[in-house]
Design a protein around this ligand. Structure first.
Ligand SMILES: Nc1ncnc2c1ncn2[C@@H]1O[C@H](COP(=O)(O)OP(=O)(O)OP(=O)(O)O)[C@@H](O)[C@H]1O
Ligand SMILES: [Mg+2]
Length: 600
């Protein structure tokens, strides 16, 4: 096991970097050409718009020059330049817009795809401690932020840089003092904007955190709206949410007040530059150091610089937010995978179906072990029932067999192969589970039943449904096998959902079958019929069946009685009854019905 490695990643998962910048570069890997092209077009566009004041200067110079030739002739060049610049600006900016349309969605797709592919290989423990909705949201948020970060650089910062550089160059050409003064202003303005953005970031972050907290509360409340109704607490929920909405108002105001202060700074700085440039250029013109054309150009450039510099703080702030979103997304999703295939893992080959737990120690929390040195062998083709009180470790036992969790020590062997050393896919292809609380895809019944097998025809699907006694209710549905089942299967009754899960597993037909309370939601009549079909489907498979209703497992070859993670009794039904122990007590108390809730 590579457990001690710093970062463990499933071999089939994409090698995503954990650092934000590296991750962005990873996402951009296929798009280098596009980026360069967009940057070039943006350069052209920015240069085009910044040269407009230059063309106007040329026109002004032409207008004020002595009239040796006709005005139109004098102005032909500058006018053509002005028209050309405008056309160039339009073409360049729309061309980069078109590239954005082609590349943007692809980039987002690539990011989402990579994150989802990485997420798939996380362990059940990971999914147990993260909300599905929150993870899906994280993926889309991260993908969107990658796009926004790249756009910020390409469409905001880069053109601004060009504008500043070209204007300063033009002004330096007019008069060095004027150029240096504007350069000084730009430097001070950018540094201050950046500094203000860093100062504002904590406010913006706490505002974002409040928003997402309020959103979480809202989702929880909407999810439980039926509960609220049943307990006549609708008004209570409104008031409860209102408290959180109020905190959002406060956080929003704090951020916006800060932004308002920043705007004061921007307006004052802009006014200074405007007035300063006009004054300085006037002085220069007055002393005959520059012409009237240079004067107009300088003022025009100052105005352009101001319009580009406006909102720079907000742009920095947004940029920080996008980068922060990406960092959060990576922090949640790009964690080491807990359970991975070892290097050189072989496919599991089940020929007999012998299962052995050897010295297994396991606890979800290692401090509180569920199993302490558990040893048990299940022979090929044996049909074993697991019984015991709620929480005694039955589901954990089968969870370990499916490698949902890694034992802290010990081995689980199937046909002599350690399941930690085989490919997980091969394990899951050959061990079927009907879980305690089956969940279905919000897809058609047909797709749900056929899930374990890629190439099956309708006849096979219907046969499996019949075996699981699901055919009657499916046929009665308006859309039959094409009916959708709702999120996780909520549009079906518990028993119907369970029967679809049984049909799905019957179709999969794997050599080892695990039933965790597979028929617990069914009425006794349906259960009895399905039980017979299940028994037939078991054939010579190795079967592990967990049941609270002892009558459903009494006929199996062997019964293991669990108590607080230990197997306290082991044997056939008659044999255990004869022992007059734990099982006997359960059996007599239950009298063929259910287990009592607690030991008495
Ligand atoms: N995902 C989990 N994280 C932490 N502890 C868990 C988790 N699942 C189960 N446990 C704990 O492990 C112990 C064994 O639980 P397990 O689900 O195996 O019981 P069980 O015998 O299947 O019970 P039931 O008959 O109610 O299904 C319990 O104390 C339970 O609280
Ligand atoms: Mg259980």
């Amino acid at each position: 096991m590579s457990k001690n490695n710093a970062f463990q990643r499933a071999t089939d998962a994409p090698a995503l970097p954990t650092r934000t910048i590296k991750f962005i570069l990873y996402c951009l890997a296929n798009f280098h050409g596009w980026i360069v092209l967009i940057a070039l077009l943006e350069t052209g566009q920015a240069a085009g718009s910044i040269l407009v004041p230059y063309a106007i200067k040329a026109i002004m110079d032409g207008v004020t020059q002595g009239a040796t030739v006709s005005m139109l002739e004098r102005l032909q060049g500058p006018l053509l330049l002005l028209a050309g610049l405008n056309v160039a600006e339009i073409i360049f900016s729309r061309a980069s817009g078109a590239l954005l349309i082609i590349m943007g969605p692809r980039l987002r797709q690539r990011t989402s795809k990579a994150l989802y592919a990485y997420l798939q290989y996380h362990s059940p423990r990971y999914f147990g401690s993260h909300f599905a909705g929150a993870l899906a949201h994280r993926i889309s948020e991260t993908a969107m932020s990658v796009n926004h970060t790249v756009w910020s650089v390409l469409f905001d910062f880069w053109p601004i840089l060009i504008t500043f550089a070209v204007s300063i160059a033009l002004l330096l050409n007019v008069h060095q003092g004027l150029g240096l003064a504007v350069a000084g202003w730009v430097f001070a303005y950018v540094s201050l904007s950046y500094w203000l953005a860093t100062r504002c970031q904590p406010y913006a972050q706490s505002y974002a955190a409040t928003r997402s907290q309020v959103n979480g509360k809202m989702v929880d409340s909407v999810t439980n709206i039926l509960n609220a109704k049943l307990f006549a607490r609708l008004k209570f929920e409104r008031d409860y949410l209102d408290g959180f909405l109020e905190t959002e108002v406060q956080a929003a105001r704090r951020t916006f007040w800060y932004m308002e202060r920043v705007r004061w700074f921007q307006f004052i700085a802009a006014a200074l530059l405007k007035v300063g440039t006009v004054y300085y250029a006037l002085m220069l013109w007055d002393s005959g150091l520059i012409g009237v054309g240079d004067f107009t150009m300088s003022v025009g450039l100052a105005l352009l610089v101001i319009s580009d510099a406006r909102n720079l703080t907000r742009r920095f702030l947004e940029f920080f937010e996008y980068v922060g979103n990406i960092a959060n997304g990576l922090d949640t999703i790009v964690q080491p995978h807990e359970i991975v295939d070892v290097a050189g893992a072989l496919p599991l080959q089940i020929t007999q179906g012998r299962i052995e737990f050897r010295n297994i120690c396991f606890g979800y929390d290692p401090q509180r072990p569920v199993f302490d040195n558990l040893n048990v062998v299940i022979e090929p083709g044996q049909r074993v029932g697991l019984v015991g009180f709620s929480g005694s470790g039955k589901s954990t036992f089968v969870g370990l067999m499916l490698r949902n969790f890694e034992p802290q020590s010990g081995q689980i062997l199937i046909d002599g192969m350690d399941i930690q050393q085989v490919l997980q896919d091969s394990l899951h292809e050959q061990v079927s589970l009907i879980p305690q609380d089956p969940s279905l895809f919000h897809r058609s019944l047909k797709e749900n039943i056929a899930y374990g097998r890629v190439d099956v025809d309708d006849a096979a699907i219907q046969k499996a449904a019949k075996m699981a006694h699901a055919d009657d209710f499916i046929d009665a549905m308006p859309e039959g096998y094409a009916s959708l089942v709702g999120e996780r299967g909520v549009k079906l009754s518990g028993g119907q959902r369970q029967r679809i899960a049984i049909a799905r597993v019957m179709l999969k037909d794997a050599p080892i079958l695990i039933l965790d309370e597979a028929t617990s939601s069914l009425d006794s009549v349906t259960e009895k019929t399905i039980q017979e079909n299940l028994d037939r489907a078991m054939g010579c498979k190795t079967v592990i069946a967990i049941a609270h209703r002892l009558s459903t497992i009494a006929h199996l070859d062997r019964i293991l009685v669990f108590d607080q993670g230990r197997i306290v009794e082991d044997g056939g039904h008659e044999q255990l009854l004869a022992q007059q122990g734990f099982y006997h007590r359960l059996w007599t108390m239950q009298a063929g019905g259910f287990l009592p809730e607690e030991a008495s």
